[in-house]
Write a protein that binds this ligand. Structure first.
Ligand SMILES: [Zn+2]
Length: 99
């Protein structure tokens, strides 16, 4: 896993204002900053709308999403803006890399 790829994805999430939904996974602790009320699940690429975000952005999001998560979901911490992986039925946040 390349740190640059994660950074690119993180910037894309910030730029596009993702996730589109306003769901918070209460109880899931951010592995980076320790907050337990700021983790939001990210939209799977197939749920994003080209007319809203543009094809180039979605293609990039889709490509990195597949690269980052083999089967698990991704989430973003809205406090520290880091990307994390969700495991155990979205119960546990796992860092994509060690800071
Ligand atoms: Zn955090």
């Amino acid at each position: 896993m390349k740190v640059e790829t994660i950074e690119q994805f993180r910037n894309l999430v910030l730029t596009l204002g993702l996730p589109r939904t306003d769901v918070v996974l209460f109880g899931v602790i951010c592995p980076y900053c320790g907050k337990n009320d700021r983790v939001r699940p990210l939209d799977p690429p197939e749920e994003l709308k080209v007319e809203e975000l543009g094809e180039t952005n979605i293609d990039l999001y889709d490509r990195i999403w597949r690269e980052l998560q083999p089967g698990e979901s991704l989430a973003v911490c809205k406090f520290c803006h880091n990307i994390l992986q969700l495991q155990g039925g979205d119960q546990k946040g796992i860092p994509l890399y060690e800071l």
